[in-house]
Ligand binder design. Structure first.
Ligand code: HEC
Length: 300
């Protein structure tokens, strides 16, 4: 169900134009007071417009905060996004966007107070001058906030580059979501004639499968040659257990993977409490694998 608050929040990029448009008018209205035959009318109108702009701006800021939480950019119960790395261009821009919006609101309050003073002391041109300066700063600050909002909605050179890099990294990593080669173990050569009980891997029934390039080496007790990989499938009473993979990389290191899409309740404690795991090197939980399977060494 989409409630009115949610609807209002999702339309944040549209509503921002209302307070911003009003604030942009203010310096012109105050400047008109200098030339008009009715300067006090212009000042009073400017005060009213400033009040509406400030109120609208505060509502818009609330809608932005709500929207940021709806999009999971701002954690629930917090006012600012968490920026945990420099690569998070969107979160960084959002944080600055919020801080600047707040600075603009403070300037807005100041301008309202100045305008009230200018209305009360029409004879003193200095108050009107201060209003002119204040509203220019207010419009400039919120204008910049709007520009940052545009960057977040449409992207700029930096954010679009970061997004393209993330997509490319995923494209070049065919196994980002599933261990495709390990799941295709039936295309590899079985290392044993029959399943065996593997005490090293949780006492489950197991069987190893190796690429043709690695089967002779493993059978002869030599380390896996570069590019070769082995898979260890496991079962408990016919139910699939974790799928293991070990690969010899070109740089002389080994990569490990462990995939168990349905961890039974009783086993979760040993798998970080997860109900589904897909771990890949350098995941810290796989350090134990390297403890037994040292790089460049024969099979344990
Ligand atoms: C306690 C030592 C030990 C640990 C820890 C261990 N392994 Fe093994 N692994 C072995 C032994 C021994 C074998 C040979 C088959 C057997 O006895 O289970 C083996 C076989 C394998 C194989 C198939 C054959 C081969 O040589 O590659 C794979 C793949 C594998 N392990 C992956 C893993 C992964 C992934 C982990 C970490 C999640 C891991 N292992 C943790 C000892 C271990």
């Amino acid at each position: 169900m989409t409630g009115p608050i949610e609807l209002f929040s999702r339309e944040h990029p549209a509503f921002v134009h209302v307070p911003l448009g009003l604030v942009v008018c203010l310096p012109f209205m105050i400047a008109a007071a200098y030339r008009s035959r009715y300067p006090q009318t212009w000042r009073r109108m400017a005060l009213r417009v400033a009040l509406v702009a400030l109120g609208g701006g505060l509502l818009t800021m609330a809608s932005g905060l709500y929207w940021g939480r709806l999009l999971n950019l701002i954690p629930a119960g917090r006012l600012l996004p968490v920026v945990s790395s420099q690569g998070q261009a969107l979160q960084r821009t959002l944080r600055s966007h919020e801080v600047n919006a707040l600075a603009g609101a403070v300037l807005g309050i100041l301008c309202v107070l100045l305008l009230r003073r200018a209305c009360r002391e029409p004879g003193d041109a200095r108050w009107t001058g201060a209003c002119l300066l204040g509203t220019v700063l207010w419009a400039g600050t919120w204008g910049y906030v709007g520009k940052q909002g545009g960057v977040m909605v449409f992207g700029d050179a930096e954010t679009n580059k970061a997004a393209a890099e993330a997509i490319n990294a995923k494209k070049n990593d065919a196994e980002a979501e599933l261990p495709l080669r390990a799941l295709d173990y039936a295309s590899l050569e079985p290392l044993q004639a029959a399943p065996f009980r593997s005490r090293a891997h949780g006492g489950r029934e197991a069987r190893s499968w190796v690429t043709a390039s690695g089967s002779d080496a493993l059978a002869a007790g030599r380390p896996l040659p570069v590019g070769a990989y082995a898979v260890l499938t496991t079962w408990t009473l016919g139910l699939p257990g974790p799928l293991h993979m070990r690969e010899a990389k070109a740089d002389g290191t080994q990569a490990f993977a462990l995939y168990w899409p349905r961890v039974p309740e009783g086993e979760r404690a040993a798998f970080g409490g997860e109900d589904s795991v897909y771990w890949r090197s350098p995941h810290p939980a796989l350090e134990a694998c390297a403890g037994c399977h040292a790089a460049g060494k024969a099979r344990p």
